[in-house]
Design a protein around this ligand. Structure first.
Ligand SMILES: *Cc1c(COP(=O)(O)O)cnc(C)c1O
Length: 834
């Protein structure tokens, strides 16, 4: 058992937010005033809050520049193997606080800002625009582990839409996040690349030419990615589409100069907007263009960097591409960048004149693929017709990859024609389609799922044939989150309380949280943990009351489910519990009921009708329950509007209970589950995704597990799932469904939810009713424990202590060693002079 720190030691050790030294503060103030004057062209009388934010952002940015340049110089000199993480979901924003945390500038900036503007900088952070993609965690860890890594994606002009709730319905608004400019990005027009589309192929004796193409330029914007206090600054490079100057002007069949200039928009639409679908494939040409656009531009960049590297060719007369896999690892985040495989083949074979065999060996050893879902509707299967039109050469290459692949399958499994059909990259039934997951598996040396259970399901189900063919390719990399953003930044109070006991090395090495188990019987620690939670709840309650004009009981259990709205995530199961609890209170209003504030938030894909109806149902339930005087403040239901990273950062530290209730076998991993656990919420969850490993790390006794396991779900599917049986057998379930169906929650439109009820009763793919009974029982156990705050908090401590595994530092370390062939380092680069 480690000795608690003395008060003196504590003060010395606690610099979670960095030190606010006098020189530091003075320099920051000067820089801030300089930027307000010279960069923003404002004086203090007319400066707005946004001006202050931009002046501060520019001030903090200055501290990055030297480190950024030095890091890139260092990579050039040392020429380590580079890691390229390609994702269609990267986008930026909210970099200020993250940068301050990683550069240990938070306290100093706070002090400087307070002295200059009499405003705390956290107020300024409110106006930070845009939200970051999930993969921001990985970028943070790659920089913090000193990997020579790059994030590549698209610089969408419009990110994920903003969600408004109007009369209980979701309404989408465009996210014009670049309107005020982005102080973090730097355009690099000197590295612009041409990307080709359409055209046709010509087969000559000396190779294939792709001709008569239309060209769109890819203009890179770089954003710095600082590591945690190690002076490393990596690059996220996002491509923006630009029409070439001569766009359409050479065509004689267009309406002349004015029309040609107006038509530039058509080309530039490629990077206009992020497709907002979650776990759903929409086979639109523009989306395929986006996917090829990022892949083509990124590969040109990768190959250019390889060629100019010491290793690539500066010391060798001719570029030796057989060395590419020693110097480059490409990670495909889902199948969205799958075109990297045929594109790399096209470059190596058609342009660099490698033999097919040599090129294929290079390609497979360079690329690796991460699968994120097993839901069939999410798997990318592009129609061959669309491909033939947009990327004719790539279609030929895919056919050749497939021909050789099927030869190998036939050699290993002779006479198994059904296996050949199943494993083909080309689906022949109905409209001919290319199965992008199959392409990724064949073209990669590693294929991974994102939680153990998910990786096992891949091998046993959708990729079974491929596993039997090449078992060595299949791996697991359980997801993780960065403790910098999801603890230090969003919950500084909790970070401090932990640091007071065990020092602050856990921020770099989250496994150290284990030592918190030494404090399980430390009354002071239990009190501190409970106090931080209460403070976070009060803060969030104030925010909610301002926002939603409802009175929140801060002593109620904050029961939160925030994630994209999807049938498989089963927000409807949560709704059924809420209604059941409501009916119980109404039936026995004088009994002691554990007070709950249930919050549900998340965006529905704009075209996903059922998801939008689920939101409407949640708001309808809230309207009835929140206005029922019998219930009072013992049950409130709030739909959290516009759930995004900034809202997650407020809500999650305030949560008592985390709802992770997907049907077993459907959620690949989840990362929200980990954020809640790290922030001191208990989880009620199914044995799905990373929940399984979280329960193991916390100890199953410290986890509210309920419902069917994957095997149970499969058995029920085989036997036949009949929702009516549960409806007939469980009176409280029947009552809840009858209320929804009968217009109890929609008295003005009694029929409003008949589609939802019909779905639940007759074609529910996710078997909500089958888990209802166990879920309700498990929620009763949650209520019981909540009545005993000390036992509750002890369980919380057990959960926090088990979080080490879920650091993205651990995830990235495993990718680095087991897939990319690079070794992470915790060594620091030297600090720059400035
Ligand atoms: C972490 C996060 C998610 C992922 O949540 P899951 O519960 O794992 O689906 C989604 N949206 C936002 C804004 C997040 O921060």
């Amino acid at each position: 058992m480690s000795k608690p720190l003395s008060d003196h030691d504590r003060k010395k050790q606690i610099s979670v937010r960095g030190l606010a030294g006098v020189e530091n503060v003075t320099e920051l103030k000067q820089s801030f005033n300089r930027h307000l004057h010279f960069t923003l062209v404002k004086d203090r009388n007319v400066a707005t809050k946004r001006d202050y934010y931009f002046a501060l952002a520019n001030t903090v940015r200055e501290h990055l520049i030297g480190r950024w340049i030095r890091t890139q110089q260092y990579y050039y000199e040392k020429d380590p193997k580079r890691v390229y993480y390609i994702s269609l979901e990267f986008y930026m924003g909210r970099t200020l606080q993250n940068t301050m945390v990683n550069l240990a500038l938070e306290n100093a900036c706070d002090e400087a800002m307070y002295q200059v503007t009499h405003t705390h900088y956290t107020k300024m952070c409110d106006i930070e625009m845009g939200s970051r993609s999930k993969k921001a965690c990985f970028l943070d860890s790659m920089a913090s582990l000193g990997l020579a890594a790059y994030g590549y994606g698209i610089r969408y002009e419009f990110g994920i839409f903003n969600q408004k709730i109007v009369n209980g319905w979701q309404v989408e608004e465009a996210d014009d996040w670049l309107r005020f400019g982005n102080p973090w990005e730097k355009a690099r027009p000197e590295y612009m690349r041409p990307v080709h589309f359409y055209g046709r192929t010509e087969h000559h004796p000396d190779g294939v030419k792709w001709v008569d193409t239309q060209v769109v330029l890819a203009l890179p914007y770089d954003t710095p990615v600082p590591g945690y206090r190690n002076n490393v600054v990596n690059t996220m490079r996002l491509w923006s589409a630009k029409a070439p100057c001569e766009f359409n002007l050479k065509d004689f069949n267009v309406g002349g100069y004015i029309q040609a200039v107006l038509d530039r928009n058509l080309a530039e639409n490629i990077s206009r907007v992020l497709y907002p679908n979650d776990n759903f494939f929409e086979g639109k040409e523009l989306r395929l263009k986006q996917e090829y656009f990022v892949v083509s531009a990124t590969l040109q960049d990768i190959i250019r960097r390889f060629k100019v590297s010491k290793f690539g060719s500066r010391e060798i007369a001719r570029t030796d591409f057989s060395k590419l896999p020693d110097k480059v690892a490409i990670q495909l985040n889902d199948t969205h960048p799958a075109m990297a495989i045929p594109e790399l083949m096209r470059v190596l074979v058609d342009e660099e004149k490698l033999s097919w065999e040599k090129a294929w060996d290079v390609c497979v050893r360079t690329c690796a693929y991460t699968n994120h879902t097993v839901l069939p509707e999410a798997l990318e299967r592009w129609p061959v017709d669309l491909f033939a039109h947009l990327l004719p050469r790539h279609l030929e290459i895919v056919y050749e990859i497939n021909r050789r692949h099927l030869e190998n399958v036939a050699a290993k499994f002779p006479g198994d024609s059904d296996r050949l059909r199943r494993m083909s990259l080309i689906e022949e039934s109905g409209q001919k389609r290319i199965n992008m997951a199959h392409l990724c598996i064949v073209g990669s040396h590693a294929v991974n799922g994102v939680a153990q259970i998910h990786s096992d399901i891949l091998k046993a189900t959708i990729f079974k044939d491929f596993y039997e063919m090449e078992p060595h390719k299949f791996q697991n990399k359980t997801n993780g989150i960065t403790p910098r953003r999801w603890l230090v930044m969003c919950n500084p109070g909790l970070a401090e309380v932990i640091a007071e006991r065990i020092g602050e090395d856990f921020i770099r090495d989250l496994d150290q949280l284990q030592t918190l188990r030494n404090y399980l019987n430390d009354e002071g620690f239990i009190r501190d943990i409970a106090k931080v939670k209460q403070e976070n709840k009060l803060k969030f309650a104030v925010h909610l009351e301002e926002h939603y004009k409802v009175k929140i009981n801060p002593n109620s259990m904050f029961d939160i489910q925030v994630k994209r709205i999807h049938e498989y995530k089963r927000q409807l199961l949560n709704c059924l519990h809420i209604i059941t609890y409501y009916n119980r209170i109404k039936k026995e209003p004088n009994k002691h009921w554990t007070p709950r504030t249930v919050m549900i938030g998340g965006k529905a894909a704009p075209g996903y009708h059922t998801a939008k109806m689920i939101i409407r149902l949640i708001t309808a339930i809230g309207e009835v329950i929140n206005n029922d005087p019998v219930v009072g403040d013992r049950l409130k239901v709030i739909f959290l509007e516009n759930y995004r990273v900034t809202l997650a950062e407020r809500a999650i530290p305030a949560a008592d209970l985390s709802e992770q209730i997907s049907t077993a076998g459907t959620e690949a991993s989840g990362t929200g589950n980990m954020k809640f656990m790290l922030n001191g919420a208990l989880t009620i969850g199914t044995m799905d995704g990373a929940n399984v490993e979280m329960a193991e790390e916390a100890g199953e006794d410290n986890f509210f597990i309920f419902g069917m396991r994957v095997d149970d779900v499969d058995a029920l599917e085989k036997k036949g799932y009949h929702a009516q049986e549960y409806y007939n057998r469980l009176p409280e379930l029947k009552q809840a469904i009858d209320q929804i169906a009968g217009g109890f929650f929609s008295p003005k439109q009694p029929e409003l939810f008949k589609e939802i009820v019909n779905m639940l009763m007759h074609h529910d793919r996710f078997k909500v009713f089958a888990d209802y009974e166990d879920y309700i029982k498990c929620q009763e156990k949650v209520n019981e424990l909540y009545k005993n705050p000390k036992e509750w908090t002890k369980m919380v401590i057990n959960n926090i202590a088990g979080c080490g595994k879920f650091s993205s530092d651990r995830t990235i370390t495993q990718y680095a060693r087991e897939i990319w062939g690079v070794e992470p380092t915790l060594e620091k680069l030297p600090a720059p002079d400035v």
